[in-house]
Ligand binder design. Structure first.
Ligand code: B12
Length: 209
């Protein structure tokens, strides 16, 4: 079952993805499992195909569309499982970077865990992050970047917060494929996590002090 969802994403087939997700839902499969073992597993395979130059940007784009076709069917169900009210999080993808699949997945998982997420979208300039912190006064600023060429903006956002004496008012967590613990420490972020479920745990830890 997970395999047919995964294959549908790889085959760039929106209809088959939606259909396979619907079948899984009818069989009462947990939407989080559909996301992780079906849709994300499919995108991971797409990433491998891209790396091996078997897929190029147009194919990857069509796979992302199939991913979203399936994701749209389960998003509300994952969010609907939300229980307790939690902290406020401002979330965005750095300037120059339009990769937002990972951000959108993490966002839904955070919402499902009861957090309020203000989504700044993708390709967000440094100062827009800073303004959003000023305006929203979030507990957490979450930043995503998928490219080595754009991840440096994460450090710039943190420096800008420091310059304006706003750094102590918010905890900053970062993530995305090229980011790791070492990089997080080098830009003085408060935390890093590799995926949605661990981001939820990380924030729980930060919020509970
Ligand atoms: C899908 C994809 C695209 C799609 C994006 C669609 C979309 N709406 O997002 C399209 C086709 C548009 C695209 C375009 C490009 N792409 Co592209 N793309 C990818 C690909 C294959 C998969 C990314 C993905 O969605 N993964 C699946 C999700 C589920 O995983 P994820 O994003 O890593 O997110 C998870 C974690 O990282 C984490 N996470 C993510 N964010 C955050 C944030 C926080 C706070 C936390 C805690 C956790 C967290 O949780 C997520 C869920 O588990 C990657 C390859 C790769 N290995 O990553 C290349 C890749 C990122 N792309 C790359 C490139 C070069 C490009 C282009 C420049 C190509 C071109 N020549 O035009 C363009 C333009 C990009 C731009 N300006 O932003 C390179 C980047 C290289 C680099 N410099 O680092 C990569 C690495 C491919 C490669 N090996 O060369 N791409």
């Amino acid at each position: 079952m997970f395999d047919s969802i995964k294959q549908a994403v790889i085959e760039m087939d929106d209809e088959k993805t939606k259909e396979s997700v619907s079948i899984a839902l009818k069989e009462k499969v947990d939407p989080v499992e559909i996301l992780e073992k079906g849709l994300i597993a499919g995108m991971q395979e797409v990433a491998d195909l891209f790396a091996r130059k078997e897929y190029y940007v147009p194919e990857v784009l069509l796979c992302s569309e199939a991913f979203y076709a399936g994701f749209d069917k389960i998003k509300q169900l994952i969010k609907g499982s939300s229980r307790k009210p939690g902290a406020k999080i401002v979330f965005g993808v750095v300037e120059g970077d339009i990769h937002d699949i990972g951000k959108n997945i993490v966002k839904v998982m955070l919402e499902a865990a009861g957090y309020e997420v203000i989504d700044l979208g993708r390709d967000v300039p440094v100062l827009e992050f800073v303004k959003a912190v000023e305006r929203e006064k979030p507990d957490i600023l979450a930043i995503s970047s998928l490219m080595t060429t754009t991840m440096t903006h994460m450090g710039e956002i943190i420096l800008e917060l420091e310059k304006r004496n706003m750094r102590n008012a918010v905890k900053v967590i970062i993530g995305g494929a090229p980011v790791n613990e070492e990089f997080a420490a080098s830009v003085k972020a408060d935390g890093y996590s590799p995926d949605g479920p661990s981001a939820v745990k990380l924030i729980e830890k930060i919020v509970s002090g």
